[in-house]
Design a protein around this ligand. Sequence first.
Ligand SMILES: [Zn+2]
Length: 383
Amino acid sequence: MNLQSPRELSRMLGRNRREFLRDAAGVALGTATLRSPLARAAVVLKKKKVIVVTFGGGARDQETFAPQGQENVPNMMRELIPRATFFTQVVNRGILGHYVATASLATGVYETINNFSSLPPENPTVFEYFRKQLKRPSRDAWVVAPSNGFNRIGESDNRSYGAGLGARVILPKYLLNAAMSGSSSDVEHLLRDNYETPYYTPELAGSEFELDQMESILKLSVDDFKVHARTLSSPDELSLYIVRQLMRQVAPSLLWVTMHDIDVAHAGAYSLYIEGIRRTDRLCAELWKTIQSEPEYAGQTTLLILPDFGRDSDQDSGGNGFQHHRTGDALSRTTWLMAIGPGIREGVVYDRAMESVDLVPTLGAMLGFSPSLAQGKPIAELL
Ligand SMILES: [Zn+2]
């Protein structure tokens, strides 16, 4: 690992980060001045909803919101950025594997579980804090995850939380595989599970999502699902389809969507990596539109979007640039966060350094629970 001290990292990245979004329309540099608490009284906590999207897996600044990358995220630039508070420097000090990093985002602790095993996070997840402290039913917290490897992310093995207290997890690929029952050759492009290790094919365990639940919960017939899936071009599009169905039929207050198409970069083709970013950009803007058009969500939902981490620098001799995320250099550890919704300041950019583990304490402050074991701090500019 090649990790600089926080101060050094902050100084180095801060220099470039002031360039972020500098030309974007209607965007101002934020100051440390915080808003009056009265400004956020608009949404009653009980009705408030939060959707977290991980813009992944693994996207660098230079292909997203740094000036030279903004052409790859035109939908978010146009539709979201003018309405969002944007943080240019979110540092992930944990292990840069997609499952363990996403688990860290969801617990607020840098998890050390094996990235390639089917294990629950060690620390309580945001879903468990939310449900236990606010006495919310299981239908109120859901995760839509890209890969079989994420099937345990909904609840930890912490003794005070754990089984039955977490989020329900939908793996759209598993659903599709089950729906196709063996005749899946025409949807193989949607079933590709892991871009990193072809030898890793985890067994499904824990809370499997049964096909009959697809009909009873998502109100989706297996046939309709199959027909629609055949029109889609990527696993993340399949995920967004399920997310919309879930929003319409179940309307959970806490919804976590893990995108993963971008990780096709491991195959080594820059064009596929960019295509993944452009698709994810479009899907994020479409999700925001869906939020506006669903009565249960419109006007009371905060959307937070952030990559799980970056990818290696082109300059680092230990890596292959965009292709992987294995050097642990500053670029692969530093990403951004965007927040948009009622009470969130619009068109503001902050350069100060924060960490990935600040997400859970921020969600706690937004929704009214206290994540006692989380390591991060609430992001004051969002509260
Ligand atoms: Zn990867």
